[in-house]
Design a protein. Sequence first.
Length: 430
Amino acid sequence: MCAVIDPNAVARARRALGRQLAKYRRAAGLNQHQLAPHTHYGRSTIANVEVGRQNVPRRFWERADATLGAGGSLVSQYDELTSLVQQQRREIAEASANYPVASNEQVIPVPTRRDVFGYLGAGLTSAGLQQIAARWPAGLPRVVHALEATRHAELRDSATLENLSTLIDHYKRTFRSTPPAGLYGEILGVRLHAGSLINSAVKAKSGPELMVAAGWLSNLLALVTHDLDDRAASLVWCADAERCAGEARHPELAGWAAQTRVLMSFYGGQAKDAVAHAQRGQRHAPLGTVAHAKLLTQEMRAWALLGNADKVGATRRRADEAIARLPGDAPTRGAFSISLTDDPPYTATSLLLLGLYQDAAEAARRVIAAFYGLAGEGRGAHPSGFACTYLVLALAQAGLGKLDEAYAAGSLALDAPRRVRPAPDDGSFS
């Protein structure tokens, strides 16, 4: 069997296609604002597509090709990209048939937990994990078994940090596709391992880097315990992430901790507290970071819960500006990411909360077109976002008195694959 396509190959092809779009646009003497109406998308979509940060359907490329006089070049390159993606999916499916994963894991083009632990090998040591195991006499998660089994390996600064970073990146990227109850023990075990390393001799050389790793793990644990509806534990982990951020002088860590506090306040009906936490987090996380932009979108949604349309509009504009300042490699999937469509995340939800049903329905449709496809082909990859977006659309249609359309959208939400998180916040839904 041939090797699975490198996921980076797809990203490179998407960026190359975006560069072609920009080249043809400039050759036609158009700026992004001028091209946007011809594609039936907004300027922000054009900007995101040109740097490879957003997927758009074939119809977009047909319109852009015709408008810019590309002679079919853009459509042809898009079809090649689509073929590459489809081939990758087929090869991943073949690989999963030969190497089945547990029922709670999703086969996606990033390493599975089994793969990650295979990569770590003897490099992920477990100084002090015998004491951890003694505190947990039964039900040890597999990650602690792996750390304990490798605890006698030589402790090397660079290898330790690299392996921790690999594991943390894995959890960041797969967080929203894994049930929180099973995830908690794994991340806790790694967090305790990181704590034991901080207290070891490695601290003298790698203390700040280890503190950053511990901070990301604490932020993940804050999200997991929030999903498990354990507010007290989530608050403790938020405070720990903020402590790590302060000691490591890593302000974005504190920004993400503030975001978890926003979620707790928003879903608890405490909209004023949610606004306050979002604004505090923005002061920590600098402009140009994903955390700052995401906190602005959270603030927008909290103002909508308070019914303040003026504040929603002003915050939405600031969020647009913050998103435009993000680097080209800003993460768009995972625990600490932001989705990129014509509108900032939570726009449809905010419009719905304000009673602007027509605008909310249109914004929800834009999210559906960008993430899930009009035929719903993306529902399996992001079931929570799919269900919630169609729920927003159903509520907006009901508000407009279009009960048949509301029923159809609500039925699609209910027919989505099993939702793995009780309060989804993957950024991909409206």
